[in-house]
Design a protein around this ligand. Structure first.
Ligand SMILES: C[S@@+](CC[C@H](N)C(=O)[O-])C[C@H]1O[C@@H](n2cnc3c(N)ncnc32)[C@H](O)[C@@H]1O
Length: 664
């Protein structure tokens, strides 16, 4: 891009040199999408414009030109798409005071409106997030649905959260009888889900909690955004029984799971497995009994069965009680069916190991396709024979060898337990209503992500997901990295949770969210992991944009030009500008910023992103000298960013030849 732009024609011009500008807004996604399409199918463009009928026929799809079409539509969908595509000039400002150890932290908390934040994160995290979990407002008629504002999204957010003068009177719930009840919710969700999809890795997953109010709409919407072929499961979480219900006690909610690319997961042979619940506890009990009884298997078995008898009726560990025999390999069961499921399986001769006579076969044929495989299983100790050939053999499974399983689609997880566990973090005081269970989130995070992966929640609420990530990291060498986004929704006095939160000095839900994580990080088990969180807040850009003049007079233009000699806003802070540049250049929020000493003591910094292996230098002084620039030792591939006003023509020419120069 030429250094000289129309807006800034009157500012200083380095005549013949092309110097790039640091972008002053997030990319225009619509343009980027059209560019990709133009590149892939140039024939679909007629006279420079996309011709959808052409595109469909090139793709071999019949175009439905009739008024009636299959699909999800609602009043306001067009505006929702416009919201999704509109670039933002917002940025994120570091908030050291709220962080636990800003410079060392691997987890990130962002206070801000999530659509704006998702746009800001786009360049840095596109295609990098392994798991997104969100628990958006369920649209029950009592919750707050964020009213997006196309004209000035950041301004709307600052007004709503009371950070600007005007009254926060927009912060009301949406009553069910109001028009556009479902439409407003869909319009709110659509752009956020669409951005979420762009952040996911090819092997990534998104999980969305919801209840009956919008479950059906959510699935249709996600079918549209993620593709029906990428729907993985609709999980049911039984949260409680409502005995006062008039018709049915509907006490469950859902988690809707989509993959970014399910076909890819299939091709790659991905199999998800979770540890069987309670196996570690049985292992501890087995080790204890071994210490007491040595190799007296009769006594160990008797005590193990007594231990199993302590499991209550709805205890998820109950299936483990079937492993009620024991030897040096631990508890086992030997009643597995060795016949072909459904019948018609292979038939071959197997001899009894003692009588040497052919054993009785199951009427359904053997489970293993060949005799060779059967004999291998015998050699591995997996087949148990009866006293003679008259009994059909059975399969043996050892509890400690088969200690993982695929996750069930139904989970019993009582809301009351989740609330009690959450309250315990705040000295048994309720400061937030209806938190999710951190144990459920820990299980989900373990199931759908690996150590080192990025996990994002942009409706963080009380920050249950980050808590789950921290728990899943215990004992891991490489931590999963959590990113949480929560707006500064003001807390109102009047409710039990509101009064308790305000008494602790927590004025917004973002305060509750941060305070929860600080408290969790101070617990011994987390302290040992050395985990930390760095906090950011959404903020207006540090750069000014040419606004034009009210009066078309020479004086008015001159005054504007003077004000725009420096593109940075009055009162800008070095660290804020560095982070804005880093984000516009696509650096991770866990990047390191270190001062670099130069002759004459200027404020130069090196920004390094260890996650991407990138770095750049930035100097924000009013004027730069040759000595300073030389001392940086910049080479052709190095990116160096400085203020436009700090360069004279000679220095600009030198720098542009020496490195990748960008100006603000
Ligand atoms: C249902 S709660 C999430 C609860 C969370 N799962 C937990 O366990 O605490 C949804 C949260 O999203 C927040 N929220 C709603 N709209 C938002 C927006 N546009 N940007 C950021 N946060 C938003 C609300 O303030 C609320 O705290």
């Amino acid at each position: 891009m030429a250094w000289r732009s129309a807006d800034r024609a009157a500012t200083k011009v380095h005549m013949t040199i092309d110097i790039d500008h640091v972008a002053d807004a997030t990319p225009d996604l619509r343009e980027a999408m059209l560019d990709r399409l133009r590149e892939a199918v140039p024939e679909a463009f007629v006279d420079g414009k996309l011709d959808v009928v052409n595109l469909a026929s090139l793709a071999g799809e019949a175009t439905d030109t009739a008024a009636e079409r299959y699909g999800l539509t609602w009043p306001g969908k067009r505006e929702a798409i416009a919201m999704l595509q509109a670039p933002t000039r917002a940025t994120l400002a570091p908030d050291r005071a709220e962080s636990t150890n800003f410079d060392k932290a691997e987890h990130v908390f962002i206070e801000g409106e999530n659509l704006e934040v998702l746009k800001v994160l786009h360049r840095s995290y596109q295609g990098r997030v392994k798991l997104i979990y969100i628990d958006p407002p369920y649209n029950t008629g009592k919750d707050f649905i964020y009213p997006d504002d196309f004209a000035d999204p950041l301004d709307r957010y600052l007004r709503i959260t009371g950070q600007k003068d005007a009254a926060g009177d927009l912060l009301t719930s949406l009553p069910e009888r109001s028009g556009r009840f479902h439409s407003n919710w869909l319009s709110m969700m659509y752009p956020r889900l669409s951005h979420a999809r762009q952040l996911l890795r090819e092997d990534g997953f998104i999980v969305v909690s919801i209840d009956d109010a919008e479950q059906a709409n959510l699935v249709r919407l996600m079918d549209e955004v993620f593709g029906e072929e990428n729907r993985v499961a609709v999980l049911v979480y039984d949260r409680n029984r409502k005995n006062d219900a008039k018709l049915f006690s509907v006490g469950h909610e859902y988690m809707v799971v989509y993959a970014r690319n399910k076909a890819w997961l299939k091709e790659s042979g991905v199999k998800l497995r979770a540890p069987k619940e309670g196996v570690e506890e049985v292992r501890a009990e087995f080790d204890r009994l071994r210490d007491i009884h040595g190799s007296d298997w009769t006594k160990i078995r008797a005590d193990l069965i007594s231990y199993y008898n302590t499991f209550e009726d709805e205890d998820p560990r109950l299936p483990l009680a079937r492993f009620n025999k024991v030897d040096e390999k631990g508890p086992y069961r030997d009643d597995g069916d060795v016949s072909w499921p459904g019948g018609g399986g292979p038939r071959y001769r197997i001899s009894h190991p003692v009588t040497r006579k052919p054993v009785k076969q199951s009427v359904r044929g053997w489970l293993y396709p060949t005799r060779k495989r059967f004999i291998e299983m015998c050699a591995a100790g997996r087949i148990v024979f009866g006293p003679d050939e008259k009994t059909v053999p059975a399969i043996r499974s050892n509890l400690f060898e088969a200690d993982t399983q695929v996750m069930h689609s139904v989970t019993f997880s009582y809301a009351q337990t989740a609330t009690q566990q959450f309250n315990a973090i705040f000295d048994n005081k309720k400061v937030f209503d209806n938190p999710k269970s951190y144990a459920d989130l820990e299980r989900l995070v373990r199931y759908l992500s690996e150590p080192g992966d990025i996990v994002l929640d942009f409706f963080a609420g009380s920050n249950t997901t980050l808590h789950g990530v921290l728990r899943a990291n215990i004992g891991e060498r490489t931590p999963r990295r959590g990113i949480a986004v929560q707006m500064a929704e003001p807390i109102e006095a009047g409710s039990e949770s509101g009064n308790n939160a305000l008494a602790l000095g927590l004025k917004t839900l973002a305060d509750v969210s941060r305070e929860r994580i600080r408290r969790v990080l101070a617990e011994a088990e987390h302290k040992n992991t050395g985990a930390n969180v760095r906090c950011f807040k959404i903020a207006a850009s540090n750069t000014q944009r040419w606004k034009g003049v009210q009066e078309r007079t020479v004086e008015a233009y001159q005054a504007q030009l003077d004000a725009f000699m420096d593109t940075l806003t009055p009162g800008w802070k070095v660290e804020d500008v560095i982070w804005e540049v880093a984000l516009r250049e696509g650096y991770s929020l866990t990047s390191r910023v270190e001062p670099v000493a130069v002759p004459g003591g200027g404020t130069f910094h090196r920004v390094t992103d260890p996650e991407r292996g990138w770095s750049f230098m930035i100097g924000l002084d009013d004027a730069l000298t040759f000595e300073q620039v030389r001392s940086l030792g910049l080479s052709r591939d190095d990116l160096f960013v400085c203020r436009d006003t700090a360069l004279d023509d000679t220095l600009a020419a030198n720098l542009a030849l020496q490195c990748r120069l960008k100006v603000i």
